[in-house]
Ligand binder design. Structure first.
Ligand code: GLV
Ligand code: MN
Ligand code: MN
Length: 428
């Protein structure tokens, strides 16, 4: 049970209406960078729209009195300087990149909400005790390169721009080349690694339907599921679709189809919360009258429990190998992502619960089935996340939407949380 108390940062009706109007405007504004024909947003790491968005955010931070600066992998920070030069800074924010044909809120909300909350606090209370920064993280989704959390990973020591992983996008451009073409990775900005952080909080849309179904305004994130991603390569023999008898074909497409349908059945059979997805598939030669010689597809597996992830990943690999052997195909696995399930900081969550009680927000605690930069930060500093409801639980889609009133409640709770940890003595 969280204790009852009055809000430390009273939010008037007019503050709340202003948050709602400001965030709705800001979200539309940022969605203009990378707006695509689907009605959604495509902002891929170091691409043209990505560069324009980071530059526009830097200008907007400067205009709002948050001193902007980049680090050398392209994370952008807006700094509100604290009075105590020795106190470790507090960070809030989210990622600026999107999936292909993504929504306007995933990532963007956490950055823009952080800017609104910080400017509100600065106007009301002046400079904080410890420095607070809002961060527009350069990459989280893994949409351009087969690699995720490049932004938070460089801050937290998971990656190092001095040893860029040798990965390429679909056009053969390497991560290093793309980074340098965007002006980063050449020592022009501060090194990304941060040794001393007081904490990180990420405000985000839920991307599921729990809060909406239960008519709640906010979700305090208890933990984030673990995630594994693989590329599976199935090799067969390309041949004529009309003259090759059905018996004895080495059809990579038919083999991949059997594997993908095994994946769905296998995950359903487990009966728990584990989810498994194939979202991407490439076929060679990809021609109507040729039996496929090679099929490459992705497997994304998530669960709260690391042992269950291990068990299922072992199971599907064995099942795919058996399918391949029976069909005289080859199969290879490249595991390119392995993020352990994590739990958020319990003290920070208790503080957030007391904030929700004080403001009378209807909330619950919950797990996140989506991956977030917060899971990378949690390894190096106390970290938490706060969710607002997503309409119909839709995300990674142009139909992604949250009510401005809910977005405003998230900003109000974030502002008070930042006030307690950033302005008050005694909080870490
Ligand atoms: C990121 O949004 C993920 O969970 O895939
Ligand atoms: Mn996402
Ligand atoms: Mn996100």
């Amino acid at each position: 049970m969280s204790e009852k108390r009055l809000p430390a940062v009273p939010i008037s009706d007019s503050d709340r209406s202003r948050f709602a109007a400001d965030i709705a405007d800001a979200v539309e504004w940022l969605a203009g960078f990378g707006a695509d024909e689907s009605g959604g947003v495509t902002r891929l790491l170091y691409g043209k729209a990505w560069c324009a968005a980071q530059k526009a955010l830097a200008d907007r931070m400067a205009a709002g009195g948050l001193s902007p600066y980049y680090d050398d992998c392209g994370n952008l920070f807006g700094r509100l300087q604290g009075r105590d030069p020795d106190a470790a800074p507090l960070l809030t924010g989210s990622h600026v990149d999107t999936v292909v044909c993504g929504g306007k809120l995933d990532g963007a909300y956490g950055i823009l909400a952080g800017m609104i909350a910080l400017e509100f606090l600065r106007d009301k209370f002046g400079p904080p005790l410890r420095t607070i920064e809002v961060v527009s993280l350069c990459e989280e989704e893994g949409s351009r390169f087969p690699l995720t959390y490049w932004g938070s990973g460089n801050i937290c020591g998971k990656y190092d721009i001095a040893a860029v992983p040798p990965v390429c996008d679909k056009d053969g451009v390497s991560l290093k080349e793309a980074m340098e073409a965007a002006g980063f990775g050449k020592g022009a900005y501060r090194p990304p690694r941060r040794e001393k952080l007081a904490g990180f909080i990420e405000l985000h849309i839920e991307q599921g339907s729990v809060l909406e179904r239960e008519k709640l305004s906010l979700g305090i994130v208890e933990g984030i599921v673990g995630q594994r991603r693989f590329t599976v390569r199935v090799g067969g023999v390309a041949n004529h679709a009309g003259t090759t008898p059905m018996a004895g074909r080495q059809d990579a497409m038919a083999g991949a189809a059997e594997m993908i349908s095994w994946l769905e059945k296998g995950a359903l059979l487990g009966g728990g919360g584990l989810v498994a997805t194939t979202g991407k598939l490439e076929v060679l030669p990809n021609v109507a009258n040729v039996i496929a010689g090679e099929v490459t597809f992705t497997v994304d597996v998530r669960d709260k429990d690391e042992e269950e992830l291990d068990r299922f990943c072992g199971l599907f690999r064995r099942a795919f190998a058996e399918i391949a052997a029976r069909r005289k195909l080859t199969v290879g696995f490249d595991e390119w992502m392995n993020a352990a399930p994590i739990r958020m900081d319990a003290d920070m969550n208790r503080t957030m619960a007391s904030i929700c009680d004080a403001h009378a927000y209807a909330y619950r605690t919950m797990y996140s089935g989506a991956g977030h930069d917060a899971q990378v930060f949690q390894a190096v500093c106390p970290t938490t996340m706060l969710f607002v409801p997503s309409r119909a639980g839709v995300s990674h889609s142009p139909a992604e939407y949250s009510e401005p009133e809910h977005l405003a409640d998230g900003i109000a709770a974030l502002a008070e949380w930042l006030f307690l940890y950033g302005y008050k003595e005694g909080f870490r």
